[in-house]
Design a protein around this ligand. Structure first.
Ligand code: DTR
Ligand code: ZN
Ligand code: ZN
Ligand code: CA
Length: 435
């Protein structure tokens, strides 16, 4: 399916986001804060965090549950990355079911301390398994977004705070402990809490929490820009870590890709996947491993998190970015002819940018066989990978190409040729993002 749609933020949503960021439309106009473009969150990085969490579970009895060694190892893993990235981290301890629990709170230095935008995900799994979708997916996505904030050295209007909760599976214990022990004066500084619990479900839906209207609209606008319909998340009230924040009057929002509920035929029609099957058949089961993730859903939701944090915290809305995507699978013949996936770029004035983001998603069992090129509308070739990577599986990354000598509009192709026998694969997706 060739999705070539512009990503636009509606005026109403832009004003609403400005209002939440403490700026009215007029003052924003007067202020004219520099527009800040949210980054594309590299799926490969998020998946690496999931692989690391899987390794932690494997080394600790197969799970990352509250009170078990796998949970503390997970917290230490996340904390180390944030400390290295310049965050001010705090480990909050509590006791539940006779075991010590841990919340990790990470503050990005700067921003208005009286306007805190908070983002959270529970890091614990059930005892039955490693909890990669539930909730490694949310934990890894917000971790990578926090690292993207650091890479960008973002200086948002609002203060950014991230949290990884303990003992959610026992009844939202960690997040309840945090909110209950937060002085009222501190609670009133939190302008919004964004929650991400299961955002990479293998048979995914695209659900947006229907709590705070501004937060809800921000996420809806993001997916509308991709041409992806969303549904409101109705059965989640009280079922994840946004509940304690909502109960004390803090605006909440978030995303969800589905758990044990069954995908309907109508939902399969709009989202793909399998009707009559659960969104996540491995919910709370031992098979909730790194194989239990839909890459496209995880990628889109991670990018939506970055979009929301940038939009809601910088007092501006990102300039209209444009994504052109083709997610149709294209088989790559083993040691055979080159094949292509194409997108038709329209509506972009002038030449392409020097920082054209080229998202490449190739499933293959030996990427050293592959020559991968970006072919511009005029036939110019930009090599992205040339027989590199040896026996590594899959290419799932975003390249930055200086395409400033190319006219933007026209048909761009991702060209892939497998030039060695035995291993083979297919193009899973091709995406161009114009800033
Ligand atoms: N309770 C969460 C999973 C879950 C189930 N329904 C929703 C709705 C919204 C967010 C999360 C959930 C868990 O098992 O961790
Ligand atoms: Zn769960
Ligand atoms: Zn969960
Ligand atoms: Ca091959």
């Amino acid at each position: 399916m060739n999705l070539s749609v512009p990503r636009r933020v509606t005026a109403a949503a832009a004003l609403a986001a400005l209002a939440l960021a403490g700026l009215t439309g007029t003052s924003a106009a007067a202020g004219q804060a520099a527009a800040v473009t949210p980054p594309d969150i590299p799926l490969a990085n998020v998946k690496q965090h999931l692989a690391d969490l899987q390794s932690i579970a494997n080394a600790n009895g197969g799970n990352r549950a509250h009170g078990r060694t796998g949970y503390k190892a997970s917290i230490d893993f996340v904390k180390a990355k944030l400390d290295a990235a310049g965050y001010t981290t705090t480990l909050q301890t509590f006791t539940s079911s006779g075991a010590t629990g841990y919340n990790l709170i990470a503050d990005w230095p700067g921003g208005d301390p009286n306007q805190v935008l908070m983002t959270g995900a529970h890091l614990d799994s059930v005892t039955a398994g490693p909890g990669i979708n539930d909730n490694g997916s949310g934990s890894a996505a917000i971790l990578e977004t926090a690292l993207a904030v650091s890479r960008a050295q973002l200086q948002p209007t609002k203060h950014l705070r991230f949290a990884w909760w303990g003992a959610e599976e026992l009844g939202l214990i960690g997040s309840k402990y945090y909110v209950n022990n937060l002085p009222t004066t501190e609670r009133s500084k939190i302008s919004g809490y964004l929650n991400f619990d299961m955002i990479g479900s293998p048979n995914p839906g695209y659900f947006v929490y229907d709590d705070d209207p501004t937060l809800e609209q921000t996420f809806k606008d993001y997916f509308a820009g991709l041409g992806i319909p969303t549904e409101i998340e109705t059965e989640g009230d009280g079922r994840s870590d946004h509940a304690p924040f909502k109960n004390v009057g803090i605006p909440v929002g978030g995303l969800f890709s589905g758990a044990d509920y069954i995908k309907t035929a109508a939902q399969a029609q709009k989202w793909g996947g399998t009707s009559g099957q659960a969104f996540d058949r491995c919910y709370h089961a031992s098979c909730d491993t790194t194989a239990n993730i839909n890459d496209t859903a995880l990628d889109r939701n991670a990018d939506a998190i970055a979009y929301a944090i940038w939009s809601l915290s910088t007092g501006t809305t990102p300039p209209a970015g444009t994504v052109f995507e083709n997610t149709a699978d294209v088989a790559v013949p083993d040691n055979g002819a080159a094949v292509t996936s194409s997108v038709d770029v329209t509506g972009i004035t002038g030449n392409a940018p020097s920082t054209l983001k080229v998202g490449v998603d190739i499933v293959h069992t030996y990427i050293g066989d592959l020559v991968v090129d970006l072919v511009a509308p005029d036939g110019s070739v930009y090599n992205l990978s040339n027989r590199a990577g040896g026996s590594t599986d899959n290419i799932n990354t975003t390249y930055t190409v200086n395409a400033s000598s190319e006219v933007a509009n026209g048909t761009w192709k991702l060209r892939v040729q497998d030039k060695a026998s035995i291993d083979t694969g297919y193009i899973n997706g091709f995406k161009l993002t114009f800033p």
